[in-house]
Design a protein around this ligand. Structure first.
Ligand code: S3P
Length: 206
Protein backbone atom coordinates (compact mmCIF):
# COMPACT_ATOMS: atom_id res chain seq x y z
CA UNK A 1 0.00 0.00 0.00
CA UNK A 2 2.77 2.39 1.05
CA UNK A 3 4.73 1.62 -2.06
CA UNK A 4 1.61 2.24 -4.19
CA UNK A 5 1.06 5.71 -2.63
CA UNK A 6 4.68 6.67 -3.13
CA UNK A 7 4.53 5.63 -6.76
CA UNK A 8 1.46 7.81 -7.34
CA UNK A 9 3.08 10.73 -5.54
CA UNK A 10 6.15 10.34 -7.69
CA UNK A 11 4.11 10.32 -10.90
CA UNK A 12 2.23 13.43 -9.77
CA UNK A 13 5.49 15.11 -8.85
CA UNK A 14 6.98 14.32 -12.28
CA UNK A 15 3.91 15.71 -14.07
CA UNK A 16 4.08 18.93 -12.03
CA UNK A 17 7.81 19.22 -12.64
CA UNK A 18 7.34 18.78 -16.36
CA UNK A 19 4.64 21.46 -16.33
CA UNK A 20 6.92 23.86 -14.42
CA UNK A 21 9.74 23.28 -16.92
CA UNK A 22 7.28 23.98 -19.75
CA UNK A 23 6.17 27.26 -18.10
CA UNK A 24 9.78 28.26 -17.45
CA UNK A 25 10.79 27.61 -21.06
CA UNK A 26 7.81 29.63 -22.25
CA UNK A 27 8.93 32.54 -20.07
CA UNK A 28 12.50 32.28 -21.32
CA UNK A 29 11.26 32.23 -24.90
CA UNK A 30 9.16 35.35 -24.25
CA UNK A 31 12.10 37.17 -22.64
CA UNK A 32 14.30 36.20 -25.56
CA UNK A 33 11.81 37.64 -28.07
CA UNK A 34 11.40 40.81 -26.01
CA UNK A 35 15.18 41.30 -25.91
CA UNK A 36 15.33 41.21 -29.68
CA UNK A 37 12.31 43.31 -30.62
CA UNK A 38 11.07 46.43 -28.89
CA UNK A 39 8.30 47.38 -31.30
CA UNK A 40 6.22 45.66 -33.91
CA UNK A 41 4.37 47.42 -36.72
CA UNK A 42 1.53 45.73 -38.56
CA UNK A 43 0.88 46.75 -42.15
CA UNK A 44 -1.57 45.39 -44.68
CA UNK A 45 -4.88 45.98 -46.38
CA UNK A 46 -8.13 46.90 -44.69
CA UNK A 47 -9.66 43.65 -43.48
CA UNK A 48 -6.35 41.83 -43.14
CA UNK A 49 -6.83 41.53 -39.36
CA UNK A 50 -4.27 44.08 -38.10
CA UNK A 51 -6.38 45.25 -35.15
CA UNK A 52 -7.50 41.81 -33.99
CA UNK A 53 -4.08 40.24 -34.35
CA UNK A 54 -2.34 43.30 -32.89
CA UNK A 55 -4.45 43.12 -29.74
CA UNK A 56 -3.86 39.38 -29.30
CA UNK A 57 -0.13 39.76 -29.94
CA UNK A 58 0.15 42.62 -27.46
CA UNK A 59 -1.55 40.50 -24.77
CA UNK A 60 0.78 37.62 -25.48
CA UNK A 61 3.97 39.71 -25.40
CA UNK A 62 2.87 42.20 -22.73
CA UNK A 63 3.35 45.15 -25.11
CA UNK A 64 1.01 48.15 -25.38
CA UNK A 65 -1.31 48.18 -28.35
CA UNK A 66 -1.64 51.31 -30.49
CA UNK A 67 -4.22 51.59 -33.26
CA UNK A 68 -3.35 54.64 -35.39
CA UNK A 69 -6.89 55.03 -36.79
CA UNK A 70 -8.31 55.03 -33.28
CA UNK A 71 -5.88 57.74 -32.16
CA UNK A 72 -6.72 59.86 -35.22
CA UNK A 73 -10.41 59.61 -34.30
CA UNK A 74 -9.76 60.38 -30.64
CA UNK A 75 -7.62 63.42 -31.44
CA UNK A 76 -9.97 64.86 -34.04
CA UNK A 77 -13.14 63.93 -32.18
CA UNK A 78 -14.78 62.66 -35.38
CA UNK A 79 -14.92 59.45 -37.37
CA UNK A 80 -12.52 58.76 -40.25
CA UNK A 81 -15.42 59.06 -42.71
CA UNK A 82 -15.92 62.67 -41.57
CA UNK A 83 -12.22 63.51 -41.88
CA UNK A 84 -12.30 62.24 -45.48
CA UNK A 85 -15.45 64.28 -46.19
CA UNK A 86 -13.99 67.52 -44.82
CA UNK A 87 -10.26 67.27 -45.52
CA UNK A 88 -10.13 64.62 -48.21
CA UNK A 89 -7.61 61.79 -48.29
CA UNK A 90 -4.72 64.30 -48.31
CA UNK A 91 -5.77 65.75 -44.94
CA UNK A 92 -6.24 62.28 -43.49
CA UNK A 93 -2.77 61.15 -44.62
CA UNK A 94 -1.21 64.17 -42.90
CA UNK A 95 -2.95 63.32 -39.65
CA UNK A 96 -1.89 59.70 -40.09
CA UNK A 97 1.75 60.71 -40.54
CA UNK A 98 1.62 62.87 -37.41
CA UNK A 99 0.13 60.10 -35.28
CA UNK A 100 2.62 57.59 -36.68
CA UNK A 101 5.55 59.89 -35.88
CA UNK A 102 4.38 60.27 -32.26
CA UNK A 103 3.63 56.60 -31.73
CA UNK A 104 6.75 55.21 -33.32
CA UNK A 105 8.93 56.86 -30.68
CA UNK A 106 7.53 54.51 -28.06
CA UNK A 107 8.97 51.17 -27.07
CA UNK A 108 7.30 47.91 -26.14
CA UNK A 109 4.43 48.61 -28.49
CA UNK A 110 2.51 46.91 -31.24
CA UNK A 111 1.33 49.50 -33.76
CA UNK A 112 -1.56 48.74 -36.08
CA UNK A 113 -1.44 51.05 -39.10
CA UNK A 114 -4.21 51.98 -41.54
CA UNK A 115 -4.09 50.08 -44.83
CA UNK A 116 -3.27 53.16 -46.88
CA UNK A 117 -0.34 54.41 -44.81
CA UNK A 118 2.09 53.03 -47.38
CA UNK A 119 0.72 55.36 -50.07
CA UNK A 120 2.32 58.33 -48.32
CA UNK A 121 6.03 58.52 -49.06
CA UNK A 122 6.77 60.40 -45.83
CA UNK A 123 5.00 57.76 -43.76
CA UNK A 124 6.92 55.02 -45.57
CA UNK A 125 10.19 56.77 -44.80
CA UNK A 126 9.13 57.07 -41.14
CA UNK A 127 8.34 53.36 -41.00
CA UNK A 128 11.68 52.37 -42.49
CA UNK A 129 13.75 54.64 -40.28
CA UNK A 130 12.73 52.87 -37.12
CA UNK A 131 14.14 49.80 -35.63
CA UNK A 132 10.84 48.00 -35.60
CA UNK A 133 9.84 44.57 -36.79
CA UNK A 134 7.41 45.23 -39.64
CA UNK A 135 4.92 42.47 -40.31
CA UNK A 136 2.79 42.43 -43.46
CA UNK A 137 -0.52 40.73 -42.76
CA UNK A 138 -1.53 39.53 -46.18
CA UNK A 139 -4.94 38.30 -47.33
CA UNK A 140 -6.24 37.34 -50.75
CA UNK A 141 -8.85 39.31 -52.67
CA UNK A 142 -11.72 36.91 -51.94
CA UNK A 143 -11.01 36.94 -48.19
CA UNK A 144 -10.72 40.73 -48.11
CA UNK A 145 -13.93 41.17 -50.06
CA UNK A 146 -15.84 38.75 -47.79
CA UNK A 147 -14.60 40.57 -44.70
CA UNK A 148 -15.33 44.05 -46.09
CA UNK A 149 -18.45 43.69 -48.22
CA UNK A 150 -20.85 44.83 -45.48
CA UNK A 151 -18.53 47.40 -43.92
CA UNK A 152 -19.20 51.10 -44.29
CA UNK A 153 -16.59 52.55 -41.93
CA UNK A 154 -13.92 52.84 -44.66
CA UNK A 155 -14.51 55.88 -46.88
CA UNK A 156 -12.32 54.46 -49.65
CA UNK A 157 -14.75 51.56 -49.98
CA UNK A 158 -17.94 53.61 -50.08
CA UNK A 159 -18.39 52.65 -53.72
CA UNK A 160 -20.65 50.39 -55.76
CA UNK A 161 -17.89 48.28 -57.28
CA UNK A 162 -16.24 47.33 -53.99
CA UNK A 163 -14.55 44.16 -55.19
CA UNK A 164 -12.89 45.91 -58.15
CA UNK A 165 -11.71 48.77 -55.93
CA UNK A 166 -10.21 46.34 -53.40
CA UNK A 167 -8.51 44.46 -56.25
CA UNK A 168 -7.04 47.67 -57.65
CA UNK A 169 -5.66 49.01 -54.39
CA UNK A 170 -4.36 45.58 -53.40
CA UNK A 171 -2.43 45.50 -56.66
CA UNK A 172 -1.04 49.01 -56.07
CA UNK A 173 -0.13 48.52 -52.42
CA UNK A 174 1.11 44.94 -52.29
CA UNK A 175 4.61 45.77 -53.60
CA UNK A 176 4.88 48.57 -51.01
CA UNK A 177 3.85 46.30 -48.13
CA UNK A 178 6.33 43.66 -49.28
CA UNK A 179 9.13 46.17 -49.63
CA UNK A 180 8.68 47.31 -46.02
CA UNK A 181 8.08 43.95 -44.42
CA UNK A 182 10.52 41.91 -42.37
CA UNK A 183 7.92 39.17 -42.19
CA UNK A 184 4.92 38.28 -44.36
CA UNK A 185 2.02 36.24 -42.95
CA UNK A 186 -0.90 35.12 -45.08
CA UNK A 187 -3.97 35.36 -42.85
CA UNK A 188 -6.46 34.27 -45.55
CA UNK A 189 -7.10 30.80 -44.19
CA UNK A 190 -5.88 31.12 -40.61
CA UNK A 191 -7.65 31.82 -37.32
CA UNK A 192 -6.33 34.96 -35.60
CA UNK A 193 -4.90 33.02 -32.69
CA UNK A 194 -2.98 30.76 -35.08
CA UNK A 195 -1.57 33.82 -36.85
CA UNK A 196 -0.28 35.03 -33.47
CA UNK A 197 1.31 31.64 -32.72
CA UNK A 198 2.86 31.60 -36.18
CA UNK A 199 4.38 35.08 -35.67
CA UNK A 200 5.80 34.19 -32.26
CA UNK A 201 7.32 30.97 -33.58
CA UNK A 202 8.81 32.77 -36.53
CA UNK A 203 10.28 35.47 -34.30
CA UNK A 204 11.74 32.77 -32.14
CA UNK A 205 13.38 31.08 -35.11
CA UNK A 206 15.16 34.21 -36.36
C1 S3P B 1 -7.60 53.04 -45.20
C2 S3P B 1 -7.65 52.07 -44.25
C3 S3P B 1 -8.29 52.26 -42.94
C4 S3P B 1 -8.28 53.75 -42.54
C5 S3P B 1 -8.84 54.58 -43.64
C6 S3P B 1 -8.08 54.43 -44.96
C7 S3P B 1 -6.99 52.73 -46.52
O1 S3P B 1 -7.62 51.51 -41.93
O2 S3P B 1 -6.98 54.17 -42.24
O3 S3P B 1 -10.20 54.23 -43.82
O4 S3P B 1 -6.72 53.65 -47.28
O5 S3P B 1 -6.75 51.53 -46.79
P1 S3P B 1 -7.73 49.89 -41.79
O6 S3P B 1 -6.70 49.31 -42.71
O7 S3P B 1 -7.41 49.63 -40.36
O8 S3P B 1 -9.11 49.52 -42.15
Amino acid sequence: MDVEINKNCLIEFMINLEYLIYLYNDLLKKDYILDMVSKIILVGMMGAGKTTIGKLLSNKLGFDFIDLDKIIEERSGVKINTIFEIEGEVGFRERELQVLSDSIEKDQVIISTGGGIVTNEKSRARLIKNNALIIYLKANLQTLFNRLKNDNSRPILNVDNKEQVIEKILEQREPLYKELADMVVDTSHMKSIDVVKFIINKMDAT
